[in-house]
Structure formats: structure tokens, C-alpha cells
Ligand binder design. Structure first.
Ligand SMILES: Nc1ncnc2c1ncn2[C@@H]1O[C@H](COP(=O)(O)OP(=O)(O)O)[C@@H](O)[C@H]1O
Ligand SMILES: [Mg+2]
Length: 312
């Protein structure tokens, strides 16, 4: 296992910024660490990368405890900190040379060439970091993180502050890197995690509230209920819909279009129930689809940001 976190706590005064967090990341996994601002993502990552020490609990990288051998841990991991701090007055190659010396890399020139190729920095390699766009600065940050070919990459909000094109480029780069490495990256954007990760960890107010493979994400609501959007040929009276068997809620979207929520049943698909009921009452259905729970809904539900009046 690449990363093991057990009952981890970090207190700032009375505040538990990280509150009894445990998880395991296997070799080769790409895991999204998702949570609203202030949830404890950066704090957890700083502990994993030996920047700060935990108050209680343990963390290890490739079997090495972060408290007992922080140098050995740092050889195993690459870290892109939040806000990507760089020496902007240095040239790209110069900066990477300094980082390579820190890591004691033997064939520095070759390795820097390789990394520049991997991160697509070829055209920018002889510029000063301050002359680069944010997207390219992010590539420099990723370059220093992978320079010593670490097994584990820890990336703290690697796409924040980038424009939409740069976001796509950096996401693709992370995906590529994830083919050979274990990656944990944080984000507060659900779609991003959905696009890149195998698995998601959701943290809220210091607590881990979800640890699930992307494909198996489902909200509590989704386990019990099912929602369908139905488009009728003409407008429908609300009273008629009232007696659909298993109905829990109904909401008119616009003329002839309704969101209908029912209890999940193992015997019958709710869409079939709705169809049979409607055809029995002379209501012509033009279109019907079941709504799937989005990551966003799950996230909102778990982090207490759920708003009234969504389509559940
Ligand atoms: N050095 C610090 N001193 C006091 N409080 C801190 C410190 N660092 C972080 N915190 C607090 O810990 C909580 C978690 O912060 P952080 O891990 O940065 O969250 P995230 O990265 O998820 O946005 C926040 O409430 C933050 O204000
Ligand atoms: Mg943060």
C-alpha cells in the first residue's frame, strides 16, 4: 500500500482541523481528495508530506512512518503544495537543476530533459518562471514534484486559478502521470474528481465522510428513492399524479413536464409503475428518464450544503 492514514488528528488550539481521519491508498490508484474550503485537505497533505506533524494518529508512505523517517518519506513522494510556491526570478531549467541537486539525482541534465518533455515545457524551458502563464507555472511545479521519479504524488489543488483550457491540460497531465504513479490530489470541484479519479475521499470539517470508488457513489437518498422526469403530451393535473403507487413527491418543471419521486422497490422499476399508471389514466407520455445522482448532489448532501428544491 502506498499511503496509510490511521486515526489522524491535527488540532489548532481547540479546533480539530483533521479529526480522526483514516484511509488507505493502494499503489497505482488516483484518488481525489474532495472537500469545501477549510475542510482539512491541505492540513492532511502537509502531514503526509512531513511539512507539519500530526497531533495524534499515524501516517505512512510506502510503509515508512512520516514521524520516524521524514527524509525517506520525501524520497518516495512528490508534492505540489497549494498555490505552487516557486522562485519566480529563476529560469525554468535553473530551478529544476536546484531541485535535482536537493534530491541528489545523478544524471541531472538527462533527467531534466525527460521531465521537461513529459510536462510539455519544451518551448518555455529557457524562460524565467515569472514570464510564464499560470498553466505553465503549474507544469513547472509538477516537474519539480516528479523530478526524482517518486512513487507517490500529492497535489494540492493543482488546477485552482487556471483558465478552462489550462485546467483541461493539467487534468490530462495528471491522468498521464497517474498511469505510473499513485496520486492523491485535492480539489473542491466535484466534476474534476469525477473526470480524473478512480476513487474519491470526501472530507468535511476535518472528518472523512465518504471513501468510495467513483462508480459506486450514491447518496443516501438515492438508495431509497428514485426520481424520474416525465414529459407528457399535454398539461397534467397534479391531483391525477397523486395516486401513482409509491409516490413520494412530485414537482412541475413546466407545462407538461414533471419530476416524480417514488420509493425504490425490488419488485418493479418505478418507471414501469409510472408508465402503467399514466396509460391507465389516459395520460400520454412522450419522454421519460430516470435521474441519476450526480457527484455534486452527493457532495452537497454529505457536506451539508444541500439546497431545497433540487430535483430529488
Ligand atoms: N496554521 C494554522 N493555524 C490555525 N488554523 C489553521 C492553520 N492551518 C489551517 N488552519 C485551519 O484548519 C482548517 C483546515 O484548513 P485546511 O487544511 O487549509 O483546509 P482546506 O485545504 O480543506 O481548505 C481551517 O479551518 C483552517 O483555518
Ligand atoms: Mg487547501
Amino acid at each position: 500500500m502506498s499511503v496509510v492514514v490511521e486515526n489522524l488528528y491535527k488540532f489548532y488550539g481547540h479546533q480539530a482541523a483533521v479529526n480522526d481521519v483514516s484511509f488507505v491508498v493502494n499503489r497505482g490508484e488516483v484518488v481525489g481528495f474532495l472537500g469545501p474550503n477549510g475542510a482539512g485537505k491541505s492540513t492532511t497533505m502537509k502531514i503526509l508530506t512531513c511539512y507539519i506533524e500530526q497531533s495524534k494518529g499515524s501516517a505512512s508512505i510506502c510503509g515508512i512512518d512520516t514521524r520516524t523517517d521524514s527524509l525517506a518519506v520525501r524520497r518516495k513522494l512528490g508534492y505540489l503544495p497549494e498555490h505552487n510556491p516557486l522562485y519566480k526570478e529563476l529560469y525554468v531549467r535553473e530551478f529544476l537543476q536546484i531541485c535535482a541537486k536537493f534530491y541528489g539525482i545523478s544524471n541531472i541534465r538527462n533527467r531534466i530533459n525527460e521531465v521537461i518533455e513529459m510536462t510539455g515545457l519544451g518551448l518555455e524551458q529557457n524562460k524565467k518562471i515569472e514570464q510564464l502563464s499560470r498553466g505553465y507555472r503549474q507544469r513547472v511545479g509538477l516537474s519539480q514534484a516528479i523530478l526524482h521519479d517518486p512513487e507517490v504524488l500529492i497535489l494540492d489543488e493543482p488546477t485552482s486559478g487556471l483558465d478552462p483550457n489550462q485546467i483541461v491540460e493539467i487534468r490530462n497531465l495528471i491522468k498521464e502521470l497517474g498511469e505510473a504513479k499513485t496520486v492523491i490530489f485535492s480539489s473542491h470541484i466535484m466534476q474534476e474528481v469525477e473526470a480524473i479519479c478512480d476513487r474519491v475521499l470526501i472530507i468535511d470539517r476535518g472528518k472523512l465522510v465518504m471513501d468510495s470508488p467513483i462508480g459506486e457513489l450514491s447518496s443516501k437518498d438515492n438508495q431509497e428513492f428514485v426520481s424520474v422526469r416525465v414529459l407528457f403530451q399535454s398539461s397534467v393535473n397534479a391531483d391525477v399524479l397523486e395516486s401513482i403507487p409509491g409516490l413520494v413527491d412530485k414537482r412541475k418543471v413546466k407545462k407538461g413536464e414533471w419530476l416524480i419521486k417514488g420509493k425504490k422497490s425490488s419488485d418493479e422499476d418505478f418507471r414501469q409503475t409510472v408508465f402503467q399508471y399514466c396509460s391507465g389514466h389516459g395520460l400520454v407520455i412522450l419522454e421519460m428518464n430516470q435521474l441519476t445522482t450526480s457527484m455534486e448532489q452527493v457532495f452537497q448532501e454529505l457536506t451539508g450544503k444541500s439546497k431545497q428544491g433540487n430535483n430529488k
